[in-house]
Design a protein around this ligand. Structure first.
Ligand code: IDP
Length: 141
């Protein structure tokens, strides 16, 4: 077991549905601590930079438009195997494939509007956390 951090984003659809607290509760019940948090309305440049790895994908423009359509809630989560644990809590990218009881099964409407983001590996987690948080904004305990 490894103590890890991961970057989580509650996307505009879930913020609009007023389920920030429900999703935070799942993180906490799943053994993850919120160690940094901020609400933000991403600029186009920020969203494009965040999803730069998907730049060549056909859904890139739609993804950026969606991510800037309203405010998001951004958090760093810490816990044992936090990266895999968060992805387990999130469920599959397409909510149609997401296991019952996962965040996406319960709150996502489509593969585009799929409620949450979570880092997929330690390297991307470190880059993504640093994209949004200075070290002075992270509070491990
Ligand atoms: P993940 O968020 O589960 O890690 P990724 O493959 O990294 O999934 O894709 C990033 C985001 O891009 C997804 O969460 C989803 O919002 C969007 N996305 C991925 N694949 C598609 C697609 O085939 N059509 C539309 N949007 C997609």
């Amino acid at each position: 077991m490894a103590l890890e951090r991961t970057l989580s984003i509650i996307k505009p659809d879930a913020v609009a549905k007023n389920v920030i607290g429900e999703i935070y509760s799942r993180f906490e019940k799943g053994g993850l601590k919120v160690v940094a948090s901020k609400m933000k309305h991403l600029s186009r440049k920020e969203a494009e930079g965040f999803y730069a790895v998907h730049r060549e994908r056909p859904f890139f423009n739609a993804l950026v438009e969606f991510m800037i359509s309203g405010p998001v809630m951004i958090q760093a989560l810490e816990g044992e195997n936090a990266i895999a644990k968060n992805r387990e809590l999130m469920g599959a990218t397409n909510p149609k494939d997401a296991a019952p009881g996962t965040i996406r099964a319960d709150f996502a409407d489509s593969i585009d509007a799929n409620a949450v983001h979570g880092s997929d590996a330690p390297e991307t987690a470190a880059v993504e956390i640093a994209y949004f948080f200075a070290s002075t904004e992270i509070f491990p305990r």
